[in-house]
Design a protein around this ligand. Structure first.
Ligand code: NDP
Length: 267
């Protein structure tokens, strides 16, 4: 039996237990996947209690990804560069920290949407935790360049600098986005959560693939993409399922089928 869980606060809304139950059924593995509401200042203690019960691993969501990064005794390169951990595997006394968010996005883009990112021009809106987690996995797909545009320009510049050894990454303010088409625009701002869309030059969306990391509803970014001639428009539900699948594989070495799960969640 794999004893797994997701830690968060709040956690009631999490789709992870249902996703992992479907993965367990497909792979024939026995999995017990719990939802654990950890107190805001009590993440480490909650994890400790879970480990004492014989845990094999766990996911971490808002607001504990940085706590998990600090708690891990070993980090994958993905996790190191992301500066955050969403998956921990427990091996004897080791807590191995991984970040599967970026891998989840790349798998959704390449496998579910059937896109190739090689040689493509990618524009990322936002320079928060999610952006930091997706840059390295995106660079591994060998795009021609990644541009990070953020409301606070200095954060985008800093991120670009941190990743420059891995590929062509530039960073600037949202107001510096040119009205020239790019191949892929990823909305990694949290603006959609408040029903907002950053004001940016619209020409960049012409015939572009537009992907919002947010899921669960049609977002203002998706509406904007539709009004500005985007070729493909997607929310981040596929990313959610793919990052869960990468976590599942990290713990069990079994790769689940994601398409049927995405289909079921979309109803
Ligand atoms: P952060 O809080 O770390 O960063 C938020 C970013 O959004 C910052 O760059 C911020 O700019 C920008 N921003 C916020 N409001 C606005 C606005 N009104 N106009 C322009 N920019 C704005 O959030 P995360 O990076 O952790 O998450 C971003 C999004 O990604 C969330 O919607 C989250 O739900 C989603 N997500 C989805 C996942 C999935 O599996 N599908 C996985 C992980 C995240 P500034 O720096 O100027 O404040």
């Amino acid at each position: 039996m794999y004893e797994l869980a997701v830690f968060g606060n709040p956690i009631g809304h999490s789709l992870s237990p249902s996703i992992h139950a479907q993965f367990a059924q497909q792979t024939g593995l026995k999995v017990n996947y719990a939802k654990i509401l950890a107190p805001i200042d009590g993440f480490n203690q909650s994890v400790q209690q879970f480990i004492e019960k014989g845990a094999n691993g766990f996911n971490v969501t808002v607001p504990f990804k940085l706590d998990a990064f600090n708690l891990a005794t070993e980090l994958t390169l993905n996790a190191k560069m992301a500066g955050a951990v969403n998956t921990i595997k427990i091996q004897k006394n080791k807590l191995i920290g991984e970040n599967t968010d970026g891998l989840g996005l790349v798998n959704d883009l390449t496998q579910n949407l059937g896109l190739s990112l090689k040689g493509k021009k990618i524009l990322i809106l936002g320079a928060g935790g999610a952006t930091q987690g997706i840059i390295l996995p995106l660079l591994r797909q060998q795009p021609s360049q990644i541009m990070v545009a953020n409301r606070t320009a200095s954060k985008a510049e800093k991120l670009a600098h941190n990743f420059s050894q891995y590929g062509s990454v530039s960073g600037f303010g949202l107001d510096k986005i040119k009205s020239e088409p790019v191949d892929l625009i990823i909305n990694a701002t949290s603006a959609s959560l408040d029903g907002n869309m950053p004001e940016i030059a619209s020409g960049c969306a012409d015939n572009a693939i537009c992907y919002d990391l947010m899921y669960g509803k049609q977002t203002p970014f998706m509406d904007w993409a539709k009004n500005n001639n985007a070729s493909i428009i997607s929310d981040g539900l596929g990313m959610l399922v793919e990052q869960a699948a990468s976590s599942f594989e990290f713990w069990t070495e079994k790769k689940p089928d994601t398409r049927s799960v995405i289909k079921k969640l979309r109803g």
